[in-house]
Structure formats: structure tokens, C-alpha cells
Design a protein around this ligand. Structure first.
Ligand SMILES: Nc1ncnc2c1ncn2[C@@H]1O[C@H](COP(=O)(O)OP(=O)(O)OP(=O)(O)O)[C@@H](O)[C@H]1O
Ligand SMILES: [Mg+2]
Length: 427
């Protein structure tokens, strides 16, 4: 079961003394500039809502000034939202008292910033210990926990060095270790890797993914870089002028960018190297059970497109293909599909990116059967679906409401395709 960790609802942030006056104008339907001209208040967040599930990385993206940091900082109230609700594990954060908030932050959140924010005169270990020190954890225990976190981020042997003796990438690791040491399982990361060289940055993204999966961390990650967001693999919330303009998995955003702002973000990305087969597979026709008879299977495909259909075994694994003609022929009405089908069918796992399967797909006019991690049939990927995706005219990928029922919400990207559709085969 997917567990919701963070629920942000209708968050509005107006900066400035006259935030409340600004809020009234906003509620009366007035725009950012008008509000600013009349009250001096700056609209930072405009009715932002999203959820984050356990073990998920949610990437908050957008150009500079779009409100990413403001949104992230509202989650633990480093910035006070002007109105709206933020629930973390069911607790309404916006109404916590000062002391409750201090305790709540310690218990729930680790934070990693772009510029490391390490104390220059403390050793790496002392920096990493800092959060535990504040919590009043005994010296010996906090050192031990700090060393564990330092090892986790690959900095073993550097505990007694000063930050100035480490490279930028290593300092960023130390920043991550500090967030991990407090054992809070929600990480709030603001452009955490932006200061790093591209290669080191990629390493850190990979490591974050591994840590997140192994330690089951829930991560909200701010970035202005779509490549980074795609690589991290979670859902994306794309912001503009303090509001969410689009949200969804990278595939959804790439295949159906809503509006020019989003389109400009995605135009340099090679769709075929991002979109997975699981996403493109057509799920309209279930696998036809090999023991069912032609007269039972035919009604299932009668009004469907295509000439060939996938036949599956009792464990819903593709075993062959049967043609429309064979199914409709009067002579074959009572024959089981097993005796009508052509045995053998090309399959590919749902998590495969389109690019990898293109050569194989080019050889298969009838398409390739897409399967989950256990080899069970999910749907068919055809040459035309692949071409439509590459040419940016799929029309198949509808962007799901962020808080709506996307089938994969809250699952790590790699577990998205392990769910199987139950075969409603004619058996
Ligand atoms: N303390 C503040 N007072 C007034 N306006 C602010 C304040 N902090 C942020 N803003 C405004 O709120 C908007 C969003 O800022 P924010 O820092 O969240 O953007 P960002 O998306 O994180 O940008 P960047 O990528 O540059 O970090 C901007 O228009 C900014 O000018
Ligand atoms: Mg920022």
C-alpha cells in the first residue's frame, strides 16, 4: 500500500508586511503585479497543491524565481505560508506552535542546500554530528552515527578533515551525510547538486537514488534542470510564477507538454531515451488465454484494431500470436488458441527505454509484447506507437492530476512496471 507522507493543499505565499491585504486581492481574482502595485506584497506561491508518497522522489522544477525554494521551505516552515494546508504524516504543520515545530523538524526532516552550508571550522564529522548535537544526543553515540553516515556517502577516512580540505563534490556529500545522520526520513533538497561538475553530479544523483531506495527515504528535490529531474526518475512538479503549470512523470511531461513554457523545457530532450515501453504499451487488448477457444476469444478482439493478437499462458506470459483471420474462421470456432497460434513472440520488459528496443521493433511489424519484471504480459508496443512518441505526437499520454490516481504514484520508477494487469482472458 502506498503511504502518503506529505500533502500540500492550496498553499499561497505572499511576501511582505501587507501579505493579508495581498491575500484578499488574490482571492478577489487580482494578478501578481496588481497585488504588488496596490499593497507591496510579492506573490511567491499561488495555490500550490501536491502530494508526496513514502519512498518517492518528487522533483520541484522551474526557472529561477518560479517559487521552488519558497515551496520547499514552506514544507518545514522555514518560510511561513500565508494560507493553505501542509500535512506531514497527517500532522498539520501550519498550526504547530514554535516548540512543536522545532521538535517536528528534528524528527521528520533532513535538509540539504545548494551551497553545502558546512561550518568551516568544524571537521567533517563535527559538521555531520551537528543535527544530533542539537538534539542532545550523547557524544559517543552521535560520533558513531556521524561516522556511519559519512561512510554511507563515500567519505570514509575524511571525518577529521575540515571542509576547506575537501572538493566541492565531497563537501556536498558531507552535506548529504549531515542530513542522513539525524535519521529523519524526509529529505528536503534545494538544488543540492547544482554546484557540482556534471560527472560528479551524475554520480551523486545515482547515489541519492540508491540511498533513497535502500533507506526508504522520501525526497523533495528542487532543481532547475530537466535532465536531472529525469535522471532522478520520480514525478515532476513544474512551476512558473509561483504556480504549478504541469506535473507528472517525465514521460507524461515529455509527451504532452502543456503550453510553451513546458515545451521550452522539454524541447532539447530525446524522447526515445526517456520514455519507457511500459508507458507506451497499448493496454487495450488483454492477452488471450491459450486454452480458450477461438469462439471465446473472437468477441474480445472483434472491434479492436490490428491483425495479430498476443496469446498468453495460464501465468499470463506471452507464448505466441494468433491472427484475426484464424480467430474468425468458421472452421476454427471450437479449437483452442494453442493450436491456432504461431508460437514464440518477442518480448521486452516495461522498464526498457524506447531507444533500446528500436532495432528489435523495426524487425517486428506486429509489435513487441511488453512484460513486467516477472515476464507477465502488460500490453503491446507497435512501430506506429514508437514513431508517434518520437515525433512528439502521441496523443496517448494524458497527464494525470497530480493528486489523482496515477497508477504509479508513490512507487519508485523501477517498480512502476512490476504491477501486472490481470488478464481477462477468455479462459
Ligand atoms: N523574502 C522574500 N521577500 C520578497 N520576495 C521574495 C522573498 N523570497 C522570495 N521572493 C520572491 O518569490 C519568488 C520565488 O522565489 P524562490 O526563491 O522561491 O524562487 P526559485 O524558484 O527558488 O528560484 P532560484 O532557481 O533562483 O533559486 C521570486 O519572485 C522572489 O523574488
Ligand atoms: Mg531557489
Amino acid at each position: 500500500m502506498t503511504k502518503e507522507r506529505i500533502r500540500v493543499e492550496n498553499i499561497i505565499k505572499l511576501f511582505g508586511e501587507s501579505a493579508q491585504a495581498g491575500l484578499k486581492l488574490l482571492q478577489a481574482g487580482r494578478g501578481k503585479d496588481e497585488i504588488h502595485d496596490e499593497t507591496g506584497a510579492v506573490l511567491g506561491l499561488d495555490n500550490v497543491s501536491f502530494t508526496v508518497n513514502e519512498g518517492e522522489i518528487l522533483v520541484v522544477m522551474g526557472l529561477s524565481g518560479s517559487g521552488k525554494s519558497t515551496m520547499l521551505r514552506c514544507i518545514n516552515r522555514l518560510i511561513e505560508p500565508t494560507s493553505g494546508s501542509i500535512k506531514v504524516d497527517g500532522t498539520e504543520v501550519t498550526t504547530l506552535t514554535k516548540q512543536q515545530l522545532v521538535d517536528f523538524r528534528r524528527e521528520k526532516f533532513g535538509m540539504v542546500f545548494q551551497h553545502f552550508a558546512l561550518f568551516p571550522n568544524r571537521t567533517i564529522a563535527e559538521n555531520v554530528e551537528y543535527g544530533l548535537e542539537v538534539q542532545g544526543v550523547a557524544r559517543k553515540i552521535r560520533r558513531q552515527k556521524a561516522l556511519e553516515a559519512i561512510e554511507l556517502v563515500g567519505l570514509k577516512g575524511w571525518a577529521d578533515k575540515l571542509p576547506g580540505q575537501l572538493s566541492g563534490g565531497m563537501q556536498q556529500r558531507a552535506g548529504l551525510a549531515r542530513a542522513l545522520a539525524v535519521n529523519a526520513d524526509i529529505l528536503l533538497m534545494d538544488e543540492a547538486f547544482s554546484a557540482l561538475d556534471p560527472l560528479i553530479r551524475r554520480d551523486m544523483q545515482d547515489e541519492l537514488g540508491t540511498l533513497q531506495r535502500n533507506l526508504k527515504k522520501t525526497v523533495v528535490f528542487v532543481s532547475h534542470d530537466l535532465d536531472e529531474a529525469i535522471h532522478l526518475g520520480g514525478r515532476i512538479v513544474l512551476m512558473k510564477d509561483g504556480a504549478i503549470v504541469q506535473s507528472g512523470y517525465p514521460e507524461e511531461i515529455l509527451l504532452n507538454p502543456q503550453g510553451d513554457y513546458v515545451r521550452r523545457f522539454v524541447e532539447h530532450i530525446d524522447v526515445s531515451s526517456v520514455v519507457t515501453l511500459g508507458y507506451l504499451a497499448s493496454r487495450g487488448i488483454p492477452g488471450l488465454f491459450e486454452q480458450s477457444k477461438a469462439c471465446e476469444a473472437y468477441p474480445i478482439i472483434q472491434d479492436k484494431e490490428g491483425q495479430g493478437f498476443i496469446v498468453t499462458c495460464d501465468r499470463n506470459m506471452p507464448v505466441g500470436r494468433v491472427s484475426r483471420d484464424a480467430l474468425s474462421a468458421t472452421t476454427s470456432q471450437n479449437m483452442p488458441l494453442a493450436s491456432l497460434m504461431l508460437r514464440g513472440v518477442q518480448t521486452a520488459p516495461a522498464r526498457t527505454i524506447l531507444k533500446e528496443v528500436l532495432p528489435k521493433l523495426a524487425q517486428e511489424p506486429e509489435g513487441i509484447a511488453v512484460v513486467d519484471d516477472d515476464g507477465r504480459y502488460l500490453g503491446l508496443i507497435t512501430q506506429s506507437a514508437a514513431l508517434r512518441a518520437i515525433s512528439g505526437s502521441t496523443g496517448i499520454a494524458e497527464t494525470h492530476e497530480l493528486t489523482g490516481e496515477t497508477p504509479w504514484i508513490g512507487q519508485s520508477p523501477n517498480s512502476r512496471w512490476t504491477d501486472t494487469v490481470t488478464s481477462s482472458s477468455a479462459g
